[in-house]
Write a protein that binds this ligand. Structure first.
Ligand code: NOJ
Length: 581
């Protein structure tokens, strides 16, 4: 009832609100025909643990995700990334998919434990792991695809978690720096775009606050802030390492990839809602971006967490502080800002009392999140399609951080359909509308240089296992060869790329029809293929116990019965002989 009331409230308010709000000059609903600046870079992305598989091959060490996903009950259906898309064995095949799309760049991540099995350089460097990334990078370059490498997409070496408590411990700063330095040394002659950390918000909140992600800690009210503090310092250190040791020679750029949902005030005439929405965004992207661009946490985080900590009777704030040296060390450590963006929320003010032990990142913000029930919600529960929120977020970043160079490092949508579906018209719609809002943002003056569709392939979606498919390419995980099939969105994205935008209405209107022309027939073929492989699997399952049963009969039962027969006959014979005598 409460959520219904909220939805109705949202409906009423959003109908009456926002129309003359500054950023809606080009109107939320209207489509903008035009093209992107020359040289705009189009790409797609992936991450190591989500796609590589080969979790224990060629000397790779364990990551916290290997361990976490093997613990029962942590991942939907107890799925793991053990083999995933088998990307480790499919460099050439996957690059041919990128060629098909005519991508300018490919964003991937380097698995720390694959090249440093314990996470500690002095323990061991795994040359076989280095070789894999060498090959990937070389093949990309041979195909004129720019590699964008992420150094940390959540797969911390397990040893560092066990020995030190992972990101709870300040020692991660040096260990991460050594790992990054090795990557610069070995790959930096070819990789010119580096992303230190991917989405530290998720690592902090889901890894150390709610425990839904590895390492699964529930240190409410403190864990996320500590982890974030160390990650910000680790990012800054790696940027300085590159700046002082490698930049002169290698001439690359080092950035960070931050995720940020947009928060829109429920009632734009209500000051409290406006402030709550601002807080939502500041506690999200601002938590990391403000120290990196301005040297310290957003004032509103310091105020709210500080006040609530005092109300709890704590002597110091649960939000750690930067010393003045640290502030200047952290400030300005970003050559470009990576943005991962998927969705938007309506925000209203809501007070939470800070009692003993009840504090958390979520209650610190004093707000409630709402959604408009009319927003399309095709896949992941949290992912509503709200394209205009993207433009607002990009404008916010421009205004807050002095118009930095931006690469969109993740944007896309999933589907939750369990049966095969290559005709993903909702994804076509999502990409069309979100990239169009990005184009409007560029026209607003936001300095966006590239866009990365998330993701190239269906893959392991963290605690949701394989149930949420974000790929442009469908991956058949039931087949042990994990074949890839293009969804209709591949055809559509390809057209956006080849036209570098949306040239004119007549042309663009045909794209969707053309993109979906063949998908239903390929759908049928794929479904039949999947049925065949499922049937083969079932047969194998039936066959296996049958064979072992037969083996048991011949190897154990038959000899035993024969021996018994012989013994019985002997006893019977002796009995007969005795009677005869
Ligand atoms: C952000 C994460 O960085 C990425 O790994 C994940 O697939 C997407 N969110 C979608 O949930």
């Amino acid at each position: 009832i409460l959520s219904m009331t909220c939805h109705v409230l949202v409906l009423v308010l959003c109908l009456s609100a926002a129309e003359d709000f500054d950023w809606t000059k080009n109107d939320r609903g209207s489509f903008y025909y035009g093209t992107f600046p020359a040289g705009f870079s189009w790409g797609a992305g992936s991450s190591a643990y989500q796609t590589e598989g080969a979790w224990d091959k060629d000397g790779k060490g364990l990551s916290i995700w290997d361990v976490f996903s093997h613990r029962k009950g942590k991942i939907l259906q107890n799925d793991t990334g053990d083999s995933s898309c088998q990307g480790y064995y499919k460099i050439k095949e996957d690059i041919s998919l990128m060629k098909e799309l005519k991508l300018d760049h490919y964003r991937f991540s380097i698995s720390w434990p694959r090249i440093m099995p314990t996470g500690i350089k002095s323990d061991h460097v795994n040359e076989k792991g280095i070789k894999y990334y060498d090959e990937l990078i070389d093949n990309l370059l041979e195909n004129k695809i720019t590699p964008i490498a992420t150094l940390y997409h959540w797969d911390l070496p397990q040893v560092l978690q066990e020995k030190y408590g992972g990101w709870q411990n300040i020692s991660m700063v040096n260990y991460f720096n050594e790992f990054a330095n090795l990557c610069f040394e070995r790959f930096g002659n070819r990789v010119k775009y580096w992303i230190t950390l991917n989405n530290p918000w998720s690592v902090a909140v889901e890894g150390y606050e709610t425990g839904e992600h590895a390492p699964g800690l529930k240190l409410r009210g403190t864990g996320a802030y500590r982890a974030a503090h160390h990650m910000i310092k680790a990012h800054a250190k790696v940027w300085h390492t590159y700046d002082t040791k490698w930049r002169g020679k290698q001439k690359g750029l080092v950035g960070i990839s931050l995720s940020g949902d947009w928060g829109e005030p429920v009632d734009i005439s209500n000051q409290k809602d406006i402030e709550a929405a601002e807080r939502y965004v500041q506690f999200y992207i601002g938590w990391f971006a403000t120290p990196i661009f301005h040297g310290d946490y957003p004032q509103v985080m310091k105020d709210f967490i500080g006040r609530k900590s005092a109300q709890q009777g704590l002597g110091t704030s649960r939000l750690p502080t930067f010393s003045s040296q640290e502030k200047s060390y952290v400030k300005g450590t970003c050559d470009f800002l990576g943005i991962g963006h998927f969705t938007t929320r309506y925000i209203t003010q809501k007070n939470y009392q800070s009692g003993h032990g009840s504090s958390s990142y979520f209650t610190d913000r004093d707000l409630a999140e709402l959604v408009d029930p009319r927003w399309p919600d095709p896949g992941s529960e949290w992912l509503y399609s709200v394209p205009w929120g993207f433009r607002r977020l990009l404008n916010f970043v421009k205004a807050q951080y002095r118009n930095p160079m931006i690469y969109v490092t993740e944007n896309g949508v999933s589907e939750k359909i369990m049966c095969t579906e290559l005709c993903d018209d909702w994804r076509i719609q999502y990409y069309k509308d979100y990239t169009n809002e990005m184009l409007k943002a560029i026209k607003d003056g936001v300095n966006v240089r590239g866009y990365t569709a998330w993701s190239l392939l269906d893959k392991f979606e963290w605690d949701e296992g394989y149930s949420e498919r974000f790929g442009l390419y469908y991956v058949d995980f039931r087949n042990k060869n994990t074949p890839r099939y293009p969804k209709a969105s591949v055809q559509y994205y390809k057209r956006i790329i080849s036209s570098n935008g949306f040239p004119n209405q007549r042309e663009v209107e045909n794209w969707k029809r053309k993109a979906t022309e063949t998908c239903s027939s390929s759908n049928q073929l794929l479904a039949a293929e999947e049925q065949r492989s499922t049937a083969a699997n079932i047969l194998r399952l039936i066959h296996d116990p049958l064979t072992s049963h037969m083996e048991m009969v011949t190897e154990v039962v038959v000899p035993t019965v024969c021996t018994l027969c012989i013994l019985l006959s002997a006893v019977f014979l002796m009995f007969l002989l005795r009677r005869h005598n």
